[in-house]
Design a protein around this ligand. Sequence first.
Ligand code: ADP
Ligand code: MG
Length: 339
Amino acid sequence: MITVENLTKSFRGTTGPVVALDDVTFDVTAGSIAGVVGPGGSGKSTLARLIALQERPDSGVIRLDGQNTAGLDPRRLRVARSQIGVVPAGDSLIAQRTAAGNIAAPLEQAGVDGPQRRTKVGQLLDLIGLTDKAATYPDALTPGQRRRVAVARALVGEPTVLLADDPTGALDPDGAAGVLTVLDRARAELGATVVLTTTDAGVVRRIADEVAILDHGRIVEHGGLLELIQRPAGQVAAAVLPDIDPAAVSTTGSTGHDRVVDVVLIGFAAVGALLPEAASRFDVAIPVLGGGLTRLGETPVARFRVGVTGARADGAIDWITERGGLVHPVPAGIRGVAA
Ligand code: ADP
Ligand code: MG
């Protein structure tokens, strides 16, 4: 468990202090993957450096498994830091060393002997899916492969926390997907708690269990991803759920539905069957007017705008709600002529 309480951090700028983090509070459940999402300049890298205990906040506290890291003496601080594997942003490999050599470097520094080192490096190359690139130098690896080696290097000390600052930044979609798979394996196979920062909601969709949205140094939303998407007006919902094109409503709306609502459906059963089953049970038509389907991790999730037409339209909507569908009124101003 990582607990971040009231963190504040400013830097001296040319025209006065720059507040990088402003009273940031959130926590990350042990064994989960947490995504800190925000645009450039929102404070992600600053937060990552503070959680990695590389820098100290101006005020506020970071707890690792309940331990307050603020008052640690240098020896204990070293121990605490060794619990956190850091994947730096950007390219960070040693150009003169092979993939295996890069992963071995921190082990050499720690005085781990040759046979143990080779075993560890072999395990990590397997984890990142690059066993066949062990003897390859960074300039002959793709950017995504290089980033995977950087993740392996961050894992050599068997950290309980893996911290990755923008791990998919500047990668193509395949490269990004490969890195995310590796982070997911680090959590699943090594039990690491993963904290990553990103500008990309797609990253959150793909692997995050928990999310914190950072904007101008402030946390605007945080919590479990599946909980947060249930707040229709929330930023997480807006970022990860399929968009609804308002134009779709006004055109179809003119045919006159009894009700027009937005529905969020979570899970295979709901996404696959809830709307057609409601339509047949209540003898109503439920055409989809907009929205679409996505996946959050392994979970299919849909957000649809639907029309509901028939004498028992209200009953059908109540039934959908009872079965776990999240039904929201269409936000004011874009319902068009549907009423
Ligand atoms: P992000 O990683 O989300 O792009 P950063 O944490 O790098 O955001 O930066 C947040 C703000 O703090 C920015 O305005 C940035 O210019 C400023 N900042 C970050 N680090 C420093 C630093 N070492 N010195 C001065 N300003 C900094
Ligand atoms: Mg950054």
